[in-house]
Design a protein around this ligand. Structure first.
Ligand code: SAH
Length: 395
């Protein structure tokens, strides 16, 4: 049996049910497992601690499938994990008015390296590690069994796959291929989603509840939606009664789809202004023109890819939040997010506090935000807690 043996004392995080084993924790690899093969995990004292997928090329050579020594990692195992992830979503209150949600949230659903999102009649599968890569056929087969008649499309076009010795991969896995645009609904708003070319698996489903929360602070007036993608926060602001929305994004394709979403929802095109380009430059320009808004949304991409990027990322978050504060009318609302797993909530809070201070504005937190419940966060896996946000009133 292929196995890894940990160094003395390096079993602590595993006993706390953290699902990653870093290369520095491993004393020995026995029987040369192939990429993705299941390995037994032993402590230095030779206790069997669980089972994981082996990834020789990765800095995380083992991702744990199960902490139960008595379990087999087989089709039945994946059936249980997938069925339980899917069943959880059936019980979540927030999903009654939408047909798009995350069915499987990787580590936080006990399936490291696997994301499955549902968009109406389609599933989008994203495999980022060599473990689920080996089990792809089984996983697709099981998804087909549990949720029959859906088209299953793969969007494993992720650079992180290279760290696992894998190349990006996309295409049909089962059933019908998705049409160019799939329509979904979030509350009162309809969105067109490009499952094939869009960012992530097509849409930022994790922000669903926050789009509604932010909408609740709109009382007419003007909204600046920075890093708008296809207009999510901007459209929910219009639905909530905003008079004018300005969408800022570097992706022209995203802004174009945002325009289509506007038409789909029957809004007058003159109520929205698109500003394509680099948000940092655009916000500076708006500030220099003395523009002001009633509500500003800042939902930047992940600035801190790794812990080493954190100081540089913190400066970028500070910069964008400073500009955000300067662009708000007195008494305006700042809705600010970070999706960097390495940046903790307390640091986001500090960055926003520093930004308000530099802008010479008093600010108070009204709400703290996280991902929607279909993106559960395993308490044993802090890395899963990537999305965090604050709604602040800025005087
Ligand atoms: N708020 C969106 C999701 C935003 S994702 C929603 O609710 O759907 C981050 C967005 O930032 C992406 O659309 C990406 O194209 C854009 N982006 C990345 N870097 C940027 C930059 N420097 N300037 C402007 N937009 C940028």
């Amino acid at each position: 049996m292929a196995a890894v043996v940990l160094k003395p004392g390096r079993d602590k995080s595993l006993r706390r049910r953290h699902p990653w084993i870093f290369s520095g924790a491993i004393a020995e690899v026995q029987q040369a497992p192939a990429p993705g093969e299941t390995v037994a995990i032993f402590s230095a004292r030779k206790e069997l601690l669980g089972w994981g997928a082996y990834s020789p090329a990765s800095g995380i050579p083992v991702r744990v499938w199960s902490f139960d020594p008595d379990i087999q990692i087989d089709r039945e195992f994946f059936h249980r994990r997938l069925a339980s992830a899917i069943q959880l979503r059936r019980t979540l209150p927030g999903l009654r008015h939408t047909r798009a949600w995350r069915l499987v949230n990787a580590e936080s659903d006990g399936l490291p390296g696997l994301v499955v999102d549902r968009y109406g009649d389609f599933l989008v599968v994203q495999i980022s590690a060599v473990g689920p890569e080996l089990w792809r056929t089984t996983i697709v087969d099981l998804l087909n069994d549990i949720m029959p008649n859906l088209g299953i499309w793969e969007r494993s076009d992720l650079e992180v796959r290279r760290k696992e010795g894998l190349t990006p991969r996309t295409g049909s896995l089962a059933g019908r291929a998705p049409p160019p645009l799939v329509e979904i609904q979030e509350g009162a708003v309809r969105f067109l989603v490009d499952l094939v070319q869009g960012q992530k698996t097509g849409f930022y489903l994790d922000q669903r509840d926050n789009r509604a929360r932010v909408g609740a602070y709109v009382a007419g007036g003007s909204v600046l939606n920075v890093f708008s993608y296809t207009g999510g926060f901007g459209l929910s602001a219009l639905a909530a009664g905003a008079d004018q929305v300005t969408q800022v994004d570097a992706s022209e394709a995203a802004l174009t789809l945002g325009r289509q979403n506007l038409v789909l929802n029957g809004y007058d095109a003159t109520r929205v202004t698109d500003l394509p380009g680099n948000a940092f430059d655009i916000l500076r320009r708006l500030r220099d023109q003395a523009m002001h808004f009633d509500l500003v949304v800042l939902d930047p991409p992940k600035f801190a890819e790794t812990a080493a990027h954190l100081p540089k990322a913190a400066r970028a978050y500070k910069d964008i939040n400073l500009l955000g504060c300067q662009l708000l009318r007195p008494g305006g609302i700042l809705c600010t997010f970070s999706c960097s797993g390495h940046l903790e909530f307390s640091l986001l809070r500090k960055i926003v506090a520093d930004a308000a201070l530099d802008a010479g504005r008093d600010a108070r937190i009204l709400e703290r935000l996280g991902p929607a419940a279909d993106h559960p966060v395993n308490l044993a896996f802090p890395e899963g807690e990537y999305l965090k946000g604050l709604i602040c009133r800025v005087e």
